[in-house]
Ligand binder design. Structure first.
Ligand SMILES: O=C(O)c1ccccc1NCC(=O)[C@H](O)[C@H](O)COP(=O)(O)O
Length: 286
């Protein structure tokens, strides 16, 4: 699977065009924030959103946490998507869906430790996607993104392996770490701001280097996925080659014809060539 690219902190129509020309699938447009280098006026966000062709997605980043405030900001810029950079309580999602039909909602989870796994699982059913970032909403002046810092990718990997919705990885991604990030976390998409900027401006050379490294990381990820084979028979005598039994709930199956699943009488047998594109969910393993 190709890892999708979201380029954030886009500040002008020119930057939007350049990001798209280098392969961006989505653009991040930062609205009013309590801190950080990325905010631009909502009028500029509206201009960029209007100038962006389908199928490129435009994300309004908002720090608002109440439906009225979120809707009021969106009405000034009409993006395809809203990225909720602070925690928006689940009960508010219904009001947002009613007020903003067709607008996708992406909930940011700031990965602060193992407890973030439960928070991600909480939002996986209500949001259209999650975005794992490195901010800290608990600070007196909230930090909600654009930190340039990586977080614990093992927690992010656990989130990606267990939630059903698409997950973007963000936080300190750069050309020199994106390959490892993609291999470790296996996200649906990646998102970055400071790693492709110089003196606050979108830097085409850094962006080109990032895209090249991302493509390389995706190819390695695909090779790794296809290399693993697992065979499991009966609970007590389960044997696995290439993955241990405890990992099986996180193991993912590839598409037909690579997938071969047989459920035997009194025991369950799985023989599969694995990729990381599909969840194993639905298979009742011993
Ligand atoms: O850039 C900001 O100022 C910002 C402030 C508050 C929320 C989000 C912000 N940036 C947008 C993003 O979502 C970034 O892409 C993401 O936080 C990763 O940033 P970086 O670590 O600099 O790549």
């Amino acid at each position: 699977m190709r890892t999708r690219l979201k380029v954030c902190c886009i500040a002008s129509v020119d930057e939007a065009r350049r990001a798209i020309s280098y392969g961006a699938d989505a653009l991040g447009l930062v609205g009013p924030m309590p801190s950080g280098p990325g905010p631009i006026p909502l009028e500029t966000i509206a201009q960029i959103a209007a100038a962006t062709p389908p199928p490129i997605a435009t994300f309004l980043l908002t720090s608002e946490t109440q439906p009225e405030g979120i809707v009021a900001q969106w009405q000034q810029c009409h993006t395809t998507t809203i990225q909720l950079t602070d925690r928006v309580e689940q009960e508010h999602y219904a009001a947002l869906r009613t007020a903003l039909p067709g607008v996708k909602l992406v909930q940011v989870i700031h990965v602060t430790g193992p407890e973030s796994l439960a928070e991600a699982q909480e939002f996986a059913d209500v949001a259209d996607a999650l975005l794992l970032d490195s901010g800290n909403p608990a600070l007196t002046v909230k930090v909600l993104g654009g930190t340039g810092r990586v977080h614990d990718w093992e927690v992010s990997a656990a989130i990606c392996a267990t939630v059903a919705c698409p997950v973007f990885l963000a936080g300190g991604l750069r050309p020199d770490n994106i390959g490892e990030a993609v291999r470790t976390v296996q996200p649906f998409g990646v998102d970055l701001c400071s790693g492709v900027r110089t003196d606050g401006q979108l830097d085409s050379e850094k962006l080109a280097a990032f895209v090249q490294a991302l493509v390389g990381g995706c190819e390695e990820r695909a090779r790794g996925e296809l290399a693993v084979e697992v065979v499991v028979v009966e609970g007590d005598t389960a044997q696995a080659h290439g993955a241990d039994v405890h990992e099986l709930n996180e193991v993912k199956l590839g598409p037909e014809p690579d997938r071969r699943v047989a459920v035997g009488e009194g025991c369950k047998v799985l023989v599969a060539t694995l990729t990381q594109t599909d969840k194993l969910s639905g298979l009742d393993m011993p």
